[in-house]
Design a protein around this ligand. Structure first.
Ligand SMILES: Cc1cc2nc3c(=O)[nH]c(=O)nc-3n(C[C@H](O)[C@H](O)[C@H](O)COP(=O)(O)O)c2cc1C
Length: 418
């Protein structure tokens, strides 16, 4: 009997089964970058994820064929997780009118379509749930004139009268002055995160990330510069992190126990030199220590975006170094069940490899065990990459080739293997 071109299981159409998934190391003793990681019930075949990237191309919050092609391009070329862009939990939480959303049921099906394809290739799909807060109702970046207003006015489907924030403090020149949220508004948005998470599960996503970075709503609650509230959501550290913790609890309760939950933060708002009270790495470490207890599995360490006056100390590991600092602090405190994701300017194979190197933290029965104390020096457990995937959707395959690791290629592309 001739060998059968077998169908991928559970796919809604014929596509050849892809087993093992693309990006799986075939050679023995691969570097950690190409070893699997299991988080709850989900196994990732390597440590390279596609970071969320807004495309400003959705149709009233619905993903389109553009997103299907854009996201699938990374997934079937071997990223072990591809995270859908910031997806708003309410209409006024979009950055631009063309952002992705999950505030209504009709937005489930187009995500399901992406999930079906990604799963048909044996790969995993994540989604980032977000609310843009005081950075909402802007136009797509390629339309925004530097130094001029970026506001999406009503005639281009914006909502300048309904931009909300912890306090009525404008993000910067050219943005909409936001309204201070009432406690009811806060409750509505927390509910929005819960309901959107339920819809994401219905859509078939494997992983949820909560967006608490880059000056968007949850991030702006954390900082005393953007949050001047005098109720239980402002003032002390405990009060400023309250909304984020409520969102985490709501989302964790709404998703299956086996589904990984990630949180992305701006580990510092880069205002230390101007405002000593600002949100800094120490604040993030304090927050991070609370996260495993709330069922968060991984902290995705980004930075900045909460203040136009930020002073970034720019060098290639400006952000991955912070991830390492946080990971080391957690290890020192005996906290080993919060994984760390590093992101930012990772473009080279050797850099990606070294970020997770010496990080022989392995997952055993859902707890992270350290084989060797030395391993605490790894900066992260996962690398997330954004722009390099836009340049090279096949980046995982290129990295493997550069590092001399034999990895599975797509069946259909086998004749082109490097
Ligand atoms: C086009 C574009 C869109 C982005 N959209 C998002 C987003 O939706 N959510 C988010 O948390 N970060 C977003 N980012 C930030 C990236 O996820 C990433 O953190 C950043 O680009 C640094 O990584 P890189 O140097 O690999 O690009 C975006 C970046 C780019 C380039």
């Amino acid at each position: 009997m001739a060998p059968k071109n077998s169908p991928a299981p559970n796919a809604p159409y014929f596509t050849p089964v892809q087993s093992p998934p693309v990006g799986t190391a075939i050679s023995s003793n691969p570097p950690i970058l190409f070893t699997p990681l299991k988080i709850r019930d989900v196994t990732f075949q390597n440590r390279i994820w596609v970071a969320p990237m807004c495309m400003y191309s959705a149709s009233n919050g619905h993903l389109t064929d553009f997103h299907l092609i854009h996201l699938s391009a990374f997934a079937y070329r071997g990223s072990s997780l591809t995270i859908i862009e910031a997806t708003s939990v309410s209409p006024n939480g979009r950055i631009t009118p063309e952002d992705s959303g999950l505030w209504q049921d009709s937005q489930i099906a187009p995500i399901r379509r992406v999930a079906d394809f990604v799963h048909s290739q044996g790969q995993k799909l994540g989604i980032q749930l977000a609310h843009a807060g005081r950075k909402a109702s802007t136009v797509a970046p390629w339309l925004a004139d530097r130094g001029k207003s970026v506001v999406a006015t009503k005639d281009v489907n914006g909502w300048p009268d309904d931009v909300v924030a912890p306090s009525a403090i404008v993000w910067g020149d050219g943005y909409v002055p936001p309204k201070e949220m009432t406690e009811n508004d806060i409750k509505d948005i927390v509910d929005g995160f819960r309901d959107s998470a339920k819809r994401a599960v219905q859509a078939g996503v494997d992983v949820i990330e909560i967006h608490a970075a880059h000056g968007y709503l949850l991030c702006s609650f954390l900082s005393p510069i953007s949050n001047r509230r005098t109720d239980k959501y402002g003032g002390s550290f405990e009060n400023r992190i309250r909304m984020l913790l409520e969102v985490i609890q709501a989302v964790r309760e709404a998703i299956p126990i086996g589904m990984p939950l990630l949180v992305r933060v701006s580990a510092t708002e880069w205002m230390e030199s101007q405002a000593p009270e600002s949100w800094d790495v120490e604040s993030t470490i304090r927050l991070a220590k609370l996260l495993p207890g709330l069922g968060v599995d991984l902290l995705d360490v980004s930075s900045g975006g909460n203040n136009p006056a930020q002073q970034i100390e720019m060098h290639t590991d400006f952000q991955t170094g912070i991830a390492g600092r946080i990971r080391t602090e957690l290890f020192k405190s005996g906290i080993r069940d919060l994984l760390i994701g590093a992101v930012g300017m990772i473009t080279e194979a050797e850099v990606a490899k070294s970020i997770v190197e010496a990080g022989k933290a392995v997952e055993v029965d859902q707890t992270i065990e350290i084989i060797d104390e030395q391993d605490a020096v790894a900066k992260a457990d996962i690398v997330l990459v954004a722009r390099q995937f836009l340049r090279e959707p096949e980046w995982v395959l290129r990295v493997a080739h550069t590092l001399g690791v034999d990895v599975q290629w797509p069946n259909q592309y086998g004749r082109a293997k490097l």
